[in-house]
Design a protein around this ligand. Structure first.
Ligand SMILES: *[C@@H]1O[C@H](CO)[C@@H](O)[C@H](O)[C@H]1NC(C)=O
Ligand SMILES: *[C@@H]1O[C@H](CO)[C@@H](O)[C@H](O)[C@H]1NC(C)=O
Ligand SMILES: *[C@@H]1O[C@H](CO)[C@@H](O)[C@H](O)[C@H]1NC(C)=O
Ligand SMILES: *[C@@H]1O[C@H](CO)[C@@H](O)[C@H](O)[C@H]1NC(C)=O
Ligand SMILES: *[C@@H]1O[C@H](CO)[C@@H](O)[C@H](O)[C@H]1NC(C)=O
Length: 494
């Protein structure tokens, strides 16, 4: 069997280099051999996957060999110059999953299929050790396969990370109330946290009681992933990518608890950027051109072959500093390349990697999302505009071409306001009761960044009024939030 495998692997390897001047006779011979081995149950299947614009053929043996090589040479620290390599391995992994899911995969002889499944799982676990479930669960030999089959087929839903602090539980409550009672959103919600102390039972019960549709569930990420290499409790942003992975929703909207919506999040699934790519992201503010050169140097070093998506990035092409506002991320995990991109993102958020690189060179999790998708070879698309602003006029003088606040606003593909970050409070750091409905917004203007305690402003573009409908959504959301504060007893100090 071994020798049979090896000899056919030779043909497989040949095909995979693309048939430049391969004669028809040769192909016919290869096919004859291929079927001969299939019939003899010892075949090395030549696999074809519709992948990228062009079709790629790989042989099962080349997959087994590559998978072995990866296991023999695991990714080790320092991680700063390994992002590209993890991406390359991820690309192979998602290609193999695509093959497994394809007609070719399903028609493989049982034994070959088993080998392919094993190679996929073993590669996944060597690249992403956090996939091994915690001790409390049965030792899994197919952690990636198990994770994939834990997704509810065809499901869509929202994941909100709400652990770690009273304020995130409080804002999650505001968000749930606004989605259910104001925007009429009926998408199921999973509230994610890391272990009992991160979001205790009484908090979970209180949050659950806010949802009159009874479709809020809880997701303790510790029951899915072993925390020893993650350290997610009070890990802040790091939990988000793991919550996205662990969620049972196949198509998942990942939300920061302090996100505020002006349209129902259902609209996210209808944006062409999402439909066409299966991964939809939002931009940060266009700031600090030519600042942070270390960051650019590192990106240029690790993104060796930029995808067409990078061409649209003003961070990439014009040297601005901040790319992504990760307060809302939309991913379709049924697409292998998106799922594997998410694994790359999660890897960047593991303790050792974020502590050495991700959270040092860039700010928190925000740039890990596009970078993981980019490096793992997934398609993705950002909203068209860099971050907009919504807020109020300038307080200290009479300028009427300025909008100021602490938040970043985002629009849909028709340039209609969709969501903003930072809660319904005017200044969440200074006044935990200071709810206020914004009046104006602005898009594509010039940012004037304030200090931590001062508002930022946008100038030099048309000041737009919020529509009556938008004002009403926010007014009603604030009313709902005030009720939530009473119910949770979490209205802050006064
Ligand atoms: C892949 O293999 C199929 C036959 O299995 C062949 O028709 C096709 O041309 C090959 N494609 C490439 C890019 O080698
Ligand atoms: C792994 O990826 C490289 C680069 O895309 C590709 O050339 C190679 O064929 C892949 N190998 C396998 C076994 O899939
Ligand atoms: C990016 O844009 C430039 C100029 O418009 C073009 O020459 C280049 O081919 C593009 N690259 C990609 C990867 O799309
Ligand atoms: C305020 O806006 C009006 C009309 O948009 C304009 O004519 C006027 O010059 C502006 N005033 C200031 C102080 O910018
Ligand atoms: C909104 O997001 C930006 C960028 O991440 C951040 O600097 C700002 O503090 C956030 N606003 C609030 C009120 O949290």
């Amino acid at each position: 069997m071994m020798s049979g495998n090896l000899s056919v692997a030779h043909f497989g390897g040949y095909f995979h280099r693309r048939p430049r001047v391969v004669g028809a006779l040769f192909i016919a011979t290869a096919f004859a051999l291929y079927y001969f081995f299939i019939i003899n149950g010892a075949g090395d299947a030549i696999l074809e996957a519709i992948y990228d614009p062009d079709t790629t053929n790989v042989s099962l043996n080349s997959i087994l060999r590559t998978s072995n090589k990866y296991r023999r040479h695991p990714i080790e620290p320092p991680f700063k110059d390994k992002f590209w390599e993890v991406g390359q391995r991820s690309r192979n992994l998602s290609q193999w999953i695509t093959i497994l899911d394809s007609r070719w995969g399903s028609e493989l002889p049982e034994e070959d299929r088993h080998m392919l499944v094993n190679a996929i799982d073993e590669t996944a676990i060597s690249l992403f050790p956090f996939l091994q479930p915690p001790d409390t669960k049965q030792d899994s030999t197919a952690p990636l396969g198990d994770l994939r089959s834990s997704f509810t087929k065809g499901s869509k839903g929202i994941v909100i990370s709400a652990g770690g602090s009273d304020s995130s539980a409080r804002f999650a409550g505001h968000l749930i109330a606004s989605l259910r009672d104001v925007l009429g959103c009926t998408l199921p919600i999973q509230v994610a946290y890391a272990g009992e102390n991160d979001l205790p039972k009484h908090r979970r019960d209180a949050l659950s009681s806010l949802d009159k549709t009874h479709s809020t569930e809880f997701l303790d990420v510790w029951t899915v992933f072993d925390d020893s290499t993650l350290q997610l409790r009070r890990g802040g942003w790091a939990i988000k990518s793991f919550a996205a992975l662990a969620s049972r929703f196949e198509e998942v909207i990942v939300l920061d608890a302090d996100a505020v919506f002006l349209q129902s999040p259902d609209a996210l699934f209808e944006q062409h950027a999402y439909i066409n790519n299966g991964a939809y992201l939002f931009h940060d503010r266009l700031l600090w051109q030519h600042g942070f050169q270390d960051r650019h140097k590192w990106w240029k070093d690790q993104i060796k072959e930029p995808s067409p998506a990078m061409n649209k990035s003003l961070v990439w092409t014009e040297d601005y500093a901040e790319e992504c506002d990760s307060g809302v991320v939309v991913l379709d995990k049924s697409r292998p390349e998106v799922l594997v991109g998410l694994l790359h993102i999660a890897w960047q958020n593991t303790y050792a990697v974020r502590d050495e690189v991700s959270y040092k060179i860039t700010y928190g999790d925000k740039e890990t999302w596009w970078l993981g998708l980019e490096l793992a070879g997934s398609k993705y698309e950002f909203e068209k505009h860099y971050g907009s602003i919504l807020g109020w006029g300038k307080e200290d003088n009479k300028e009427n071409n300025t909008v100021c606040s602490f938040v970043i606003a985002h629009v849909d593909e028709k340039d209609k306001l969709l969501w903003y970050n930072g809660s319904l409070l005017k200044n969440k750091l200074a006044d935990p009761h200071g709810y206020e409905v914004p009046i104006y917004w602005m898009m594509d203007g010039k940012w004037k960044k304030g200090g931590k305690k001062d508002m930022s402003c946008m100038v030099d573009e048309r000041v737009r009024w919020l529509s009556g409908e938008e004002v009403s959504v926010l007014q009603r959301s604030i009313e709902a939030a005030i009720q939530v504060d009473e119910l949770l007893g979490l209205g802050g100090p006064n």
